[in-house]
Design a binder for this molecule. Structure first.
Ligand SMILES: *Cc1c(COP(=O)(O)O)cnc(C)c1O
Length: 487
């Protein structure tokens, strides 16, 4: 570095001083350990956390790209896959890979379907996938990356896929059909058996997105709750994604994608044979594969075992059912669906639910805002067992505040109109700055915005979704700008 470098430090700093700064920064992040945050962090308590840290650190430098060099990682990965396949009723034919997360697992399943279609049905020029509107955006991302089209089908009043619409949406270009177990927004399981049977009847692949449910639903069922068949026990299911870094309580960067057989998975692989650097085989999207996440996933699964996961699932389910009962009994609030497991959405017919969300933010809770219909999202995990009572008390208080401040509704309606008008007359840049100013961070992560009801109301009511996309893209430019004036 030249003497004039401004950002790249000329001289190194001590470990102590750096760690001190980093710990101070961490203090200002959302504290997930006390169960005030939903969906972003899954915690199984301190003992598991310590195990994860040690297992992760032990293999932090190892690279899963070359299993020949690290037989330890190969053992961990294959054993994780064997455990996952068994849990999801896969037979001895089922194969899969570990990936960096649900998105990568889904990207791989869509890419596999596209490649299979390319080889078996080369007449298809514009491959499509059919999926419910509630399916995770990772499928839309996969279509965006790999040149497919997503055909979205509606859900019924219970938020489960509409079978009639599903059947109608399947056409000559369809290469893959998708159902969720459960879907993220309202936490309900699609009619997987019926959907997979239709796909099978038409000779199509069927993917179950069990990213969030794959390591929870099997235990929920074992506890005696009603869970419909959703995995390889259903004949037409050809692939499944299930995230280890969610309800398997693994360290971040761990998921599995499983296939009915090796012939199907073959379409997932990539090999380049002409590189001067040697023959290059790569099973999934990434090149270098962090050994730490593979090792930590293996460790937590072996540590908890069925008994441990059942114990945690029991508490999580008791907490969920209690929360849902209390919320249903509250004036002005509803729970939108009847979820099979521990994910639900809170809505309201009489209040601005985003205003309730704002009051919850003020009280220190991080809840995702959802649209169509407007709601607040709850993913209950083990960390919420201890925070449930405080959550319910605070929710009661937030509702009371939102009720009192019903003039807010008027003012937020007013600002919706105002912003809508402004968006038509103001230059784009200025408008985006205004919106950014009302919410100084990304929708997930960064500092937590306190009052956003007006913004969400406004965004939800903009008729042109292209405008919304532009706004969000501007917003991303801002969020991911290079920090040249560190505060
Ligand atoms: C979390 C989730 C995903 C995406 O997983 P990432 O690990 O965030 O990439 C996909 N589908 C569902 C249902 C999910 O809950």
């Amino acid at each position: 570095m030249s003497q004039s470098s401004r950002y790249f430090p000329q001289q190194g700093r001590s470990k102590d001083s750096l760690l001190q700064e980093m710990k101070a920064l961490k203090e200002k992040d959302m504290n997930w350990q006390d169960g005030r945050i939903f969906s972003l962090v899954f915690s199984a308590g301190d003992e598991v956390l310590e195990l994860l840290k040690e297992a992760h650190a032990l293999f932090m430098s190892e690279n899963g790209l070359n299993p020949g060099a690290f037989p330890s990682l190969r053992k961990f990965e294959t054993e994780v896959l064997a455990m996952a396949a068994e849990l999801l009723h896969g037979d001895a034919e089922v194969v899969g890979n570990m990936t960096s997360g649900g998105t990568e697992s889904i990207l791989m399943a869509v890419k596999t379907a596209r490649e299979q279609a390319l080889s078996l049905r080369p007449e298809i020029k514009n491959p499509e996938i059919v999926l419910p509107v509630t399916a995770h955006p990772a499928f839309d991302k996969a279509c965006h990356y790999f040149g497919l089209s997503a055909v979205h089908i509606p859900v019924k009043a219970d938020f489960r896929a509409d079978l009639e619409a599903y059947r109608r949406a399947i056409g000559p270009n369809t290469v893959l059909c998708v159902g969720s177990a459960p879907s993220y927004p309202q936490g309900v399981v699609d009619p997987i058996a019926e959907m997979a049977a239709i796909a099978q009847e038409k000779g199509l692949l069927f993917h179950v997105d069990a990213c969030v449910g794959g390591f929870m639903l099997p235990f929920v069922r074992k506890l005696g709750y009603a869970v419909p068949d959703f995995d390889f026990a259903v004949p037409g299911v050809t692939s499944i994604s299930a995230d280890l870094h969610k309800y398997a309580y693994a360290a971040k960067g761990a998921s599995v994608v499983l296939y009915r057989n090796a012939a199907l998975r073959r379409h997932q692989f990539f090999v380049y044979t002409d590189w001067p650097g040697g023959i290059y085989p790569s099973p999934t999207m990434v090149g270098t594969r962090p050994g730490g996440s593979i090792a930590a996933a293996w460790a937590v699964m072996k540590h908890l075992g069925e008994e441990g996961y059942l114990r945690i699932a029991r508490e999580v389910m008791n907490t969920t059912r209690h929360m849902i009962d209390v919320i249903r009994a509250m004036d002005d609030l509803t729970v939108l669906s009847h979820p099979e497991m521990s994910i639900f959405a809170i809505g309201s017919d009489s209040l601005d639910i985003y205003a309730v969300g704002d009051e919850m933010s003020v009280l220190g809770w991080h809840m995702d805002r959802q649209q169509s219909p407007p709601s607040l999202h709850v993913t209950v995990n083990f960390a919420h067992v201890q925070s449930q009572d405080r959550f319910l008390q605070d929710l009661e208080q937030a509702v009371a505040k939102a009720r009192k401040l019903s003039w807010n509704k008027v003012s937020s309606k007013f600002s919706v109109g105002l912003v809508k008008g402004l968006s038509k007359v103001l230059p784009e840049k200025l408008f985006s700055r205004l919106v950014t100013a009302s919410n100084s961070s990304g929708p997930k992560g960064g500092q937590v915005p306190k009052r956003t009801a007006a913004m969400y109301g406004m965004i939800g009511s903009l008729p042109n979704r292209g405008d919304v996309e532009e706004m969000v893209l501007d917003f991303m430019d801002q969020t991911y700008r290079v920090e040249r004036d560190p505060g």
